[in-house]
Design a protein around this ligand. Structure first.
Ligand code: GLY
Ligand code: MN
Ligand code: MN
Length: 431
């Protein structure tokens, strides 16, 4: 594995919390992600299923976790099934976990080969009332690709129609929403690697560089710092491209006088950072760019104070809209009078600011959790107001990752340059 070893206590504790929420005589069965075909005999790079990683720390395909806390056979109470390697697999694909390695990483005592799964499942089901299976229940996600958890659920229903089935997802959502101290350290590491990459970019950016050259600099810094790569496709958007919210082509030249909006985050041990910064390509903001940037920064700073227990992401989103609307009036994008007369279903600010600002991060960049659930200590959310004025070639987003605590919020990206003076100074230091 690329990241530094993680104490198996993290995964053991996660499983204990999960088991605590299961009823009597339950069995939970969770699968790793599929390996998705790319072309010919090639596969996309494997990324572990976040829930399976959360409960096991195992970063290998075709892994199955079976938890059956009341099973009379003690060996089946907490069991991991992994690929059994052979000479051919070792030659073509390299190392697969040994039993001992899987045990050390996950803290699970009973590690079996995959061949043992069917018989073990059958045995544990004889004393099981309710079977908990997993599914991706992200609210905005419409999956038209099957995955192993889904296929297994369909198969299971057919093979064992008399067993009661339940969703594991609500339990895992509840657990994953609150990050433990160990998880926060991993997220902080992802933020710190992202920080290093941004400082590298500040020195590197100048008129004439391509967006993809900047992406390559980020890749380099991520990899030498043990990141798996990016937590999501990086957005390196200069000029008008910054007004495309999910711009990921990253193919154009950065021009003198343009702004460059970058939204990227390192993924470390499967935990991701999510950062946005906007800088002037030539190292100096124009007066208009400065005014717009300061407007977004002011809103960012106001919003950040609201990441306290009891508030909700939905409230942060609504507050961001009000604050950005006031800033837009100051920037002359429309007048207070225009706002009074606007169509309430289609407010004027939406033309220049059309996204939410607070989403949870963790193992997924848009992590599990509801925007209506109140903030609680241990949650980590982004704060990302933006302003997009296409007719002026201006797209600005500022985004940090904020930890909710008992008291005041902690900005995990506090030290990443954000003020105009810092950005300009660092961009011009290397000249
Ligand atoms: N990078 C994705 C987002 O900011 O939500
Ligand atoms: Mn974000
Ligand atoms: Mn982002």
């Amino acid at each position: 594995m690329r990241h530094q070893p993680i104490d198996s206590l993290l995964f053991k504790t996660n499983r204990e919390r999960f088991i605590h929420r299961l009823p009597e005589n339950a069995t939970a069965i969770l699968f790793s992600n599929d390996q998705y075909p790319r072309n010919g005999d090639q596969l996309f790079k494997f990324r572990q299923n976040s829930d399976l990683f959360y409960l096991t720390g195992i970063d290998q395909e075709k892994t199955i976790l079976m938890i059956s806390p009341n099973c009379p056979n003690q060996k089946l109470r907490e069991t991991l099934f992994i690929i059994k390697t052979n000479e051919k697999l070792a030659t073509w694909e390299g190392h697969k976990y040994t039993i001992k390695e899987a045990r050390d990483i996950s803290g699970i005592e009973n590690i079996f080969w995959l061949d043992d799964f069917e018989a073990s499942l059958r045995e544990s089901l004889s004393s099981t009332k309710t079977v908990f299976l997993n599914s991706n229940e992200y609210v905005k996600f419409f999956n038209d690709v099957s995955d192993k958890n889904h296929r297994f659920a369909l198969d299971f229903k057919n093979k064992y129609p008399l067993h009661k089935m339940e969703r594991a997802a609500p339990i895992l959502t509840e657990l994953r929403t609150i990050k433990s101290a160990e998880e926060i350290k991993l997220i902080q590491e992802a933020c710190d690697i992202t920080h290093k990459s941004f400082e590298r970019i500040l020195k590197y950016t100048k008129p004439g560089v391509h967006e993809f050259e900047i992406e390559a600099e980020i890749d380099h810094e991520f990899t030498i710092n043990r990141a798996n790569g990016h937590g999501y496709a990086p957005i390196i958007a200069s000029g008008k491209n910054a007004c495309v919210l999910h711009y990921i082509d990253n193919n154009e030249v950065c021009s003198d006088g343009d702004l460059l909006l970058m939204d990227f985050g390192a993924e470390y041990a499967n935990y991701t950072a999510d950062m946005s910064r906007t800088i002037p390509v030539n190292g100096k903001f124009s007066e208009r760019q400065k005014d717009c940037y300061e407007a977004v920064l002011r809103v960012f700073k106001e919003l950040r104070k609201l990441y306290i227990r009891g508030n909700t992401p939905d409230f942060i989103n609504t507050s961001a809209e009000k604050l950005m609307e006031a800033e837009m009036i100051k920037l002359g994008l429309f007048t207070a009078e225009d706002v009074k007369n606007q169509d309430g279903d289609n407010p004027l600010f939406k033309k220049y600011f059309m996204h939410g600002v607070a989403h949870p991060i963790g193992l997924d960049v848009h992590d599990v959790g509801s925007k209506y659930a109140p903030f609680a200590p241990g949650m980590v959310f982004t704060c990302e107001p933006g302003l997009y004025i296409l007719e002026e070639n201006i797209g600005i987003r500022i985004e940090n990752d904020i930890l909710i605590t008992e008291d005041q919020p902690i900005d995990l990206m506090e030290n990443i340059p954000i003020e105009i003076s810092e950005i300009e100074r660092m961009m011009n230091e290397s000249l």
